[in-house]
Write a protein that binds this ligand. Structure first.
Ligand SMILES: O=P(O)(O)O[C@H]1O[C@H](CO)[C@@H](O)[C@H]1O
Ligand SMILES: O=c1cc[nH]c(=O)[nH]1
Length: 252
């Protein structure tokens, strides 16, 4: 019996956990939990796969959000109902600034809200910003692992293709709203594209929860569209190690 609608979890299963690590991809969950003590599978429903692990004796939930804002909002809402107060997203991303190499890590300070779900929590004037302490823990964890993370603004889009101005679509077209948008975000200093941070950061700020996002750069859109599988796996693993260390720092 589940205490919440979708995740298949009960409060008892979470053993008092107050922090969750939330990747997009369900396949990433086990690999994140493997870096903790006593990794234990909890549930797998739709796009929501969850594990419990422990860091220095603290229970930590790992739960995938699936792709995009709507499913992210469900995961966060239900985890909050079960007692989670801090959310660390670990994702993959496409950089749009030429100086950001594939393999690097980006910590999202704030997001351009190209999603829809965040508007169900707060109006357009409200910022999608990360929690300072989460950002600090992510940056310190990245630096401790020898990375020089980029910290800045992310464009967070509901769609992977038009919203991120990709022309390798079925029609080869992108709707007028997004034509030229990549260049505009570049000129405004936006670092990267992904698909969940706008929802996560807005809803957490609006609901009095803490959140931070780190992402591994798997493509640079000024150079290529398709990631190389080897580089992608290493980048993802680097980001996983950083998010787990950041969680440990926040819990200590
Ligand atoms: O690797 P994840 O966490 O899924 O993040 C990124 O990858 C997906 C798109 O390929 C989107 O979810 C985007 O935000
Ligand atoms: O370009 C990219 C790469 C990963 N995820 C995204 O949303 N966009």
């Amino acid at each position: 019996m589940s205490d919440v609608f979708h995740l298949g979890l009960t409060k008892a299963m979470l053993q008092g956990a107050e922090l969750a690590i939330v990747p997009g991809d369900p396949e990433r969950v086990k690999r994140i939990a493997a870096l903790m003590d006593n990794p234990t599978p909890l549930a797998a429903t739709r796009e929501f796969t969850s594990y419990l692990g422990h860091l220095d004796g603290h229970a930590v939930v790992v739960c995938s959000t699936g792709i995009g804002g709507p499913s992210t909002s469900i995961a966060v809402e239900e985890l909050a109902q079960l007692g989670i107060r801090t959310f660390l997203r670990i994702g993959t991303t496409g950089a749009i600034q030429p100086h950001i190499p594939v393999g690097s890590l980006i910590v999202t300070q704030g997001s351009v809200r190209l999603d829809g779900a965040s508007f169900h929590f707060a109006p357009a004037e409200y910022p999608a910003v990360g929690d300072f302490y989460c950002n600090r823990a992510l940056v310190e964890a990245a630096e401790a692992a020898g990375h020089s993370p980029f910290l800045g603004i992310t464009a967070s889009s509901d769609t992977f293709y038009p919203g991120q101005e990709r022309y390798d679509t079925f029609t080869g077209r992108v709707s007028r709203r997004f034509q030229g948008s990549l260049e505009e975000w570049q000129a405004l200093g936006v670092l990267n594209y992904e698909m969940e941070s706008a929802t996560l950061l807005t809803m957490c700020a609006a609901l009095g929860l803490k959140a931070g996002c780190v992402a591994g750069v798997i493509v640079n859109r000024t150079e290529q569209e398709i990631p190389s599988p080897d580089k992608m796996a290493k980048t993802e693993q680097d980001a996983i190690a950083v998010v787990v260390d950041a969680a440990r720092r926040l819990l200590s």
